[in-house]
Design a protein. Structure first.
Length: 531
């Protein structure tokens, strides 16, 4: 097995993603562009998307990380719009885009057109999350987009299977489709509900952080495989388990949380970078298989399908936003500030991604009777152009659209004030508990150590309030910023001394690692991640 192409893919995509952080262009778009260019460079191998790899090996961890970062409470509060998009819109888009493709492409059978509709129906979890995170969308819009992208793959894959059965001649009725959708959906949720409690119990009772993180890396694959084994939705199983674990992550020990966060950030960065680069690298593969379809006609078909995908989303989003409000006074009371601006952004944020391409590549070459699958190469091409079109056109213009609409941004001061009030209440409870413990003779400490515990609590309580204070005009820092900077400088000075002592053979490497880990934990306590 030649691993060099895989190493080149991972290293190249990570380098491009790192460079994107220094540009105003979102990393997904730069990665796709780099992949498009690289696909025609001499010596670059053909990277063909293998559905047997993408769906069971790449999709579960990406969904898992997105669900861990999502809020179960926010998703529950927005269950109606999330369900309307992740289920209703995907089915509507499958039928509508399929009908357009059937009318536009001469000789394209209706079942094959529905296969195309199902393939391009779901917006991509990775694209939606990456773009929303970069743009700082209002929290409710971000929650809706994330919730949609977590569940819609399950709907699209089920719709694809039903349409594919009709296209290859196996035969499928609407009743069969409804039955399969119900089994896949309820089964996936059921598998997730069955797995989430024992998995969380294991996470709480494993005391070794390395074992904890090994389990963490296995969870999405186990959930996905278990659901698929019983013909249920692996996507929904992964999402249910991850939402539960994320909601109860506070019950796991701190060392596991620290390591797990770092591990999953690295995994998400590598996989997201590779996924978007893979999308661009499909250009040569897709064009090479276009066959008898001329480039001019294929381009016209691609434009028609792309426009259909964009317009169909708006045809669903606006009624789904305002019709329930017209019918229900309760919804109007709960969502009094809903305007036309939110559905405009949600409609334009429907970027497609690697899941659509992976499903398209899984279309069989022949039908059940042995005949070539109708227009398979064209479906691959139209899927590719739709993915690229939505990522480039919508991804590049979405920031401008948000600025023009002047959507309300998160109130940083209000968030900091809420954080300070929460920290103040927690610190008061901690101080009361500390006084109670120190009153017990068995917990007696020398006064300097007891004062140090109280100083740490006071520092933690005051740190957030200090961020609301005045900024030093000379440095542009708040008091809290200056404190953290000075703490890191002091720790850095200690670190240099420890290394010099090791180099002078006054301490050995094992002792150096112990001392450095202690400093690392102190520095982590002084550091607050921005953004």
């Amino acid at each position: 097995m030649d691993v060099m192409p895989l190493l080149l893919l991972v290293a190249g995509s990570a380098a491009v993603a790192g460079a994107a952080r220094r540009t105003p262009v979102p990393a997904p778009l730069l990665l796709v562009a780099a992949g498009l260019v690289a696909s025609y460079l001499p010596g670059v191998p053909d990277y063909t998307l293998e559905p047997d790899i993408v769906l069971p090996l790449l999709l579960p961890p990406l969904l898992h990380t997105a669900a861990l970062d999502s809020s179960y409470l926010d998703l529950r509060a927005n269950l109606r719009p999330v369900a309307l998009l992740s289920v209703g819109y995907v089915l509507f888009a499958t039928l509508a885009v399929g009908w357009v493709a059937h009318r536009v492409v001469p000789g394209l059978p209706a079942p094959a057109a529905l296969v195309l509709g199902a393939v391009v129906a779901p917006p991509d979890a990775v694209a939606a999350t990456a773009i929303a995170r970069r743009l700082g969308l209002p929290s409710r819009i971000t929650t809706i987009l994330q919730g949609e992208s977590l569940v819609n793959d399950a709907t699209a894959i089920t719709a694809y299977r039903v349409a594919l059965a009709a296209a290859v001649g196996v035969g499928a009725t609407w009743a069969d489709g409804a039955r399969e959708f119900a089994v896949a959906s309820l089964g996936g949720i059921g598998v997730g509900l069955v797995l989430m409690v024992p998995i969380h119990w294991l996470r709480k009772h494993l005391r070794e952080p390395l074992l904890q993180n090994t389990l963490s890396l296995l969870i999405p694959f186990v959930a996905y495989a278990a659901a698929e084994q019983v013909k249920a939705s692996g996507v929904l199983a992964v999402v249910v388990v991850a939402l539960y674990l994320g909601h109860r992550s506070w019950q796991v020990d701190f060392a596991t949380r620290l390591q797990e966060a770092a591990v999953w950030r690295m995994v998400a960065f590598v996989l997201e970078s590779a996924v978007f680069a893979l999308i661009g690298l499909q250009l040569r593969v897709v064009l090479g298989g276009l066959g008898s379809y001329g480039p001019t006609k294929a381009a016209w078909y691609a434009i028609a399908v792309f426009l259909a995908v964009v317009l169909v989303r708006y045809l669903w989003v606006f009624p789904a936003t305002f019709v329930p409000r017209l019918l229900s006074a309760r919804i109007r009371e709960r969502e009094p500030d809903t305007t036309w601006k939110a559905p405009v952004v949600v409609g334009w944020a429907g970027m497609r991604g690697v899941v659509s391409l992976a499903i398209a590549f899984s279309i069989p070459v022949t039908t059940h009777g042995g005949a070539p699958f109708p227009a398979r190469n064209l479906i691959l091409f139209l899927t590719f152009t739709t993915v690229i079109g939505t990522l480039v056109v919508q991804g590049l213009t979405l920031p401008l659209l948000i600025r023009r609409l002047r959507l309300p941004q998160r109130d940083v001061s209000a968030d900091t004030l809420a954080e300070a009030q929460a920290q103040s209440e927690a610190s008061a409870a901690a101080e009361a508990r500390l006084d109670e413990l120190l009153a017990d003779e068995r917990n007696a400490l020398p006064q300097p150590l007891a004062d140090r515990l109280r100083t740490v609590l006071e520092r933690r309580r005051n740190a957030v309030w200090e961020r609301l204070g005045a900024v030093d005009e000379r440095t542009g820092e708040s008091v809290d910023d200056t404190y953290r900077r000075l703490a890191r400088e002091a720790i850095g000075a200690e670190r240099e001394v420890f290394v010099a002592l090791r180099d002078a053979r006054r301490i050995d490497d094992e002792m150096l690692r112990t001392l450095l880990r202690r400093l690392d934990l102190e520095e982590a306590g002084a550091w607050r991640e921005e953004g």
